[in-house]
Design a protein around this ligand. Structure first.
Ligand code: GLU
Length: 421
């Protein structure tokens, strides 16, 4: 494509990753743009009344990557960094993620350029509702199904669902996933991403012959994904040496108490203020020695600059896009074989259980929590096995293998359906 509206470092990263995979699986040049470029991008202006009486307008986006396999699916991010390039990259990654997990979805992502922590609860509700209202013509249970991402949570999903339902004149739970259980959500969705990360980490530990009992982990990010991952790893006997969020980083070679960290965050909303003794410079956290390193915050934190300094055995990507292509090349060349659990596999637990929530909402038949996790682990295990087999067969990295499987699925569906008209 000669010119497009998508730009910026995160979009360039998604494009470069795709190019590497397309070269590997030998996708003809003329088919590449059709696979990579999003089908639709919607930009909306969302005005709200601020508490001080001003009217403020926030920019919102939704990018729907492809519609070939079913509705599009993906989270909604409220963050100051949000722009159409970042949202498009995240939508593209959702496509490969859903395809790898075998879900009948294309990828989507949405967001608002806003610092949600700078809004009052009333302002946050007004903005969430206005965003969904602006999106009504473009989403639907069989068109595009939203979910949480950075800066949004179950409450925001409940407001989305309520706004859409009020407009339609009936309750339509299946418009959004990641809702509270009391609003048609599924048991297990809140913990799904973190528990999925912990499941895959334990598979990687088994593979490397490391006992969970003696293993150590560091987690960057202490939102929904980071905190549940920390808790689930600790539950499996792994010692949590370090954690961080955007306000503070802590490191203690004797291990941190995850329940206490969670208790502190539940009260103060952030890690800052937890302990003065174990504070560490956040930029040093990723380079500490540990068995399992989990970036569970934002994109592009493992880069050409710091990839050679990592001292972990397993890199478990809880975040989307934490490792740049430059870092990937360095990790590959290092030769000490850091076992990478790439984002589109590692954090897929969230969208897999979102899929279960959508299915349950459509059927009005709700499952026990044990069934949710049993089915989740089966899907993650299958995807993990497929990735390992492909990496071995083609002698490629885990990321390349996972992406190749995802891209293959989308490409073959497009080929089979043909080009309309
Ligand atoms: N935002 C999450 C992700 O990046 C979840 C998406 C979903 O549940 O649809 O995978």
């Amino acid at each position: 494509m000669n010119r497009s509206i998508y730009s910026g470092p995160v979009f360039q990263m998604a494009r470069r990753q795709f190019e590497r995979v397309a070269d590997h699986v030998q996708i003809p040049e003329m088919e590449r743009d059709r696979l990579l470029y999003p089908k639709r991008a919607i930009a909306v202006s969302c005005p709200i009344h601020r508490d001080d009486g001003r009217t403020e307008v926030y920019q919102g986006y939704r990018v729907q990557h492809h519609l070939t396999l079913g509705p599009t699916k993906g989270g909604t991010r409220f963050a100051p960094s949000v722009d159409v390039g970042e949202v498009a990259a995240l939508a593209i990654w959702m496509s490969w993620k859903c395809a790898l997990a075998g879900l009948p979805y294309g990828g989507a992502k949405g967001g608002i350029t806003v610092d949600p922590y700078a809004l009052s609860p009333r302002e946050l509700e007004a903005l969430s509702r206005r965003y969904m209202q602006e999106m009504i013509p473009f989403v639907g249970p069989h068109t595009d199904v939203m979910a949480p991402d950075m800066g949004t949570n179950e409450q925001v999903m409940a407001w989305f669902m309520d706004t859409y339902s009020m407009y339609r004149g009936q309750t339509i739970n299946e418009i959004v996933t990641g809702k509270p259980v009391s609003a048609g959500g599924t048991l297990g969705r809140r913990e799904a991403t973190g528990r999925g990360v912990a499941y895959l980490v334990s598979r990687a530990l088994d593979r490397l012959g490391i006992l969970a009992g003696g293993a150590t982990a560091i987690i960057q990010g202490f939102g929904n994904v980071g905190s549940v991952t920390a808790y689930s790893l600790a539950e499996r006997g792994i010692k949590i040496l370090g954690v961080s969020d955007h306000t503070a980083a802590y490191y203690d070679p004797a291990g941190l108490d995850v329940a206490k960290l969670q208790g502190h965050v539940a009260i103060s909303g952030q890690l800052a203020g937890f302990s003065a003794q174990s504070l560490i410079d956040p930029s040093e956290l990723l380079a500490q020695k540990c068995d399992v390193l989990v970036p569970a915050a934002v994109e592009q934190v493992i880069t050409g600059e710091n990839a050679s300094e990592l001292k972990c055995r397993i890199l478990a990507e809880g975040a989307n896009g934490p490792t740049t292509p430059e870092a990937d090349s360095i990790l590959h060349q290092r030769g000490d074989e850091i076992f990478v659990l790439p984002d589109i596999l590692c954090n897929a637990g969230g969208v897999v259980v979102s899929y279960f929530e959508w299915v349950q909402d459509l059927q009005r038949l709700f499952w026990e929590e044990a069934e949710v996790f049993d089915r989740l682990y089966k899907i993650l295990e299958r995807s993990y096995q497929q990735m390992m087999a492909r990496a071995k067969r083609d002698r490629i990295s885990h990321r390349m293998a996972a992406m190749a499987i995802g891209v293959d699925v989308v490409q073959s569906a497009k080929r089979t359906r043909g080009l309309f008209p």
